[in-house]
Unconditional design. Structure first.
Length: 168
């Protein structure tokens, strides 16, 4: 019979049929690490909105070990709206989650932190982006879901192959 592990709250973790203990992950905290909203041409925009804005969105993710089984995963988000008048707004936001992760093989840690971690905190970043753009005097920017798995795979293809960890 397989031994049961402890998940830290006194309850045992039951191994799966293949003998592996399932990954235990929970969000300990989530927070804004950095936030900037610039509205540089508001006076020009009030007198005439101008043409349809061009929106450029950039998303990056990162992760780092904080201590033992405590990790931080972060989404670095930037949205720039422009039109012929100039820059409408620039929103920069780094939103992070502090995750406690147990029972994870070392090889699965990086993908978990860069795919599952951002997926867990993305709905909160999405709400913040919507609220901030609305409070800035513009229609709320409603973000479509992001495929963090595809973003991770793209990142893997772009980086030179080198052994070792890619997160701090």
């Amino acid at each position: 019979m397989a031994e049961q592990g402890s998940n830290g709250n006194g309850a045992g973790m039951t191994p799966r049929a293949d003998g592996q203990i399932p990954i235990q992950a929970k969000i300990v905290n989530q927070y804004i690490k950095d936030l900037s909203f610039e509205n540089p041409n508001i006076h020009k925009l009030i007198s005439g909105i101008g043409d349809q804005p061009n929106l450029q969105v950039e998303v990056n993710v990162g992760a780092q070990r904080i201590d033992g089984d405590l990790f931080e995963t972060a989404i670095d988000f930037k949205a720039t709206a422009t039109n012929k008048i100039g820059t409408i707004y620039v929103l920069e936001l780094v939103y992070a989650g502090l995750l406690k992760i147990e029972s994870i093989p070392e090889g699965a840690l990086e993908p978990f932190l860069l795919i599952s971690g951002p997926s867990m905190i993305f709905p909160f970043l999405r709400r913040l982006v919507s609220d901030i753009t609305r409070e800035g005097g513009f229609p709320p920017l409603l973000l479509d879901p992001i495929d963090f798995g595809a973003l991770y795979m793209q990142r893997q293809r772009q980086r030179p192959s080198a052994p070792g960890k890619t997160f701090a």
